[in-house]
Design a protein around this ligand. Structure first.
Ligand SMILES: Nc1ncnc2c1ncn2[C@@H]1O[C@H](COP(=O)(O)OP(=O)(O)OP(=O)(O)O)[C@@H](O)[C@H]1O
Length: 259
């Protein structure tokens, strides 16, 4: 286990100014230019996510899921609406530098394509982010080793991505995201490139990030089988939230191999 006590209690209820909510967004509108006109991809979306919850965002291809994540995390400016996150009121009113800093300090990201640096070992992939955050090399190494151990990769510390399996690469990406103990963890289709067994390892780690580390985990997925692990399932269609339900998660659910 990683020692998170130096930053936040392990059963975190890291309540910022917005109480149980890690993120609250209102009236998000995002348009993209398409020829001479605009396509509205988010049509006034209200969204919130709580600390300790695994919130799943589901919906058909092109419904706006990735755009929503990008607007919530300060990566893509919406035309209208506001995002309150942790202690920040209206993220999009901050300077770009402050938005970047907010993301670096508080958000973790896990994507379908892993986004690892080909030249770096598993340990270095995680260390680099921690050093960038200001940890000393010794502390970064210790923390990176702990994070990789937590995801079951203690025996792979010195391997580069080329010789890691898809499941191992995704676990490195998860260790990298979790090592800084993010209060908000964004995952975009984190299991879609993986077989059932590896997908299960990944979704269990995301479940644990919410339950044990108190992160608000926001996971975009096409895969309805992942709902078993969710506290909440939000469905989006054509830029509009069409349903929002709370669930009782089953952390021991199984994901049959589908490859
Ligand atoms: N930079 C962009 N410029 C123009 N259109 C875009 C841009 N990014 C996304 N879109 C369009 O916005 C719509 C929503 O895209 P988005 O990636 O948010 O959907 P999604 O629900 O995540 O889809 P998928 O499940 O396929 O990843 C799509 O029609 C897409 O083509």
């Amino acid at each position: 286990m990683i020692d998170f006590t130096s930053q936040t209690p392990s059963h975190t209820k890291v309540h910022g100014r917005h109480g149980d909510y890690a993120i609250e967004a209102k009236g998000l509108i995002k348009r993209f230019k398409s020829g001479k006109s605009f396509v509205e991809v988010l049509k006034g979306v209200d969204f919130d996510a709580r600390h300790g919850d695994l919130t799943m965002v589901m919906g058909p291809s092109g419904s706006g899921k990735s755009t929503l994540i990008a607007a919530l995390s300060g990566l893509l400016r919406p035309e209208e609406g506001r995002v309150d996150a942790l202690d920040v009121d209206d993220l999009w009113k901050l300077s770009l530098g402050k938005i970047d800093k907010f993301r670096l300090d508080h958000c973790g990201f896990i994507f379908q394509g892993f986004n690892l640096f080909p030249a770096l070992t598993a340990l270095q992939q995680v260390e680099i982010v921690l050093k960038f955050q200001g940890l000393s090399p010794e502390r970064a190494k210790k923390r990176a080793t702990e994070a990789l151990t937590e995801v079951g990769l203690a025996h792979r510390l010195h391997q580069r991505p080329a010789i890691l399996s898809g499941g191992e690469k995704q676990r490195v990406a998860i260790a990298r995201a979790l090592a800084k103990d993010p209060k908000i963890l964004f995952a975009d289709e984190p299991t879609s490139a993986l077989d059932g067994e590896n997908g299960q390892v990944v979704i269990r780690l995301l479940r644990r990030a919410a339950t044990e580390h108190g992160a608000a985990v926001i996971c975009v997925t096409h895969d309805p089988r992942l709902e078993a692990w969710a506290d909440r399932v939000i469905k989006i269609e054509d830029g509009v939230i069409v349903s929002d339900e709370r669930h009782t998660p089953n952390p021991d659910a199984t994901l049959a191999s589908h490859h």
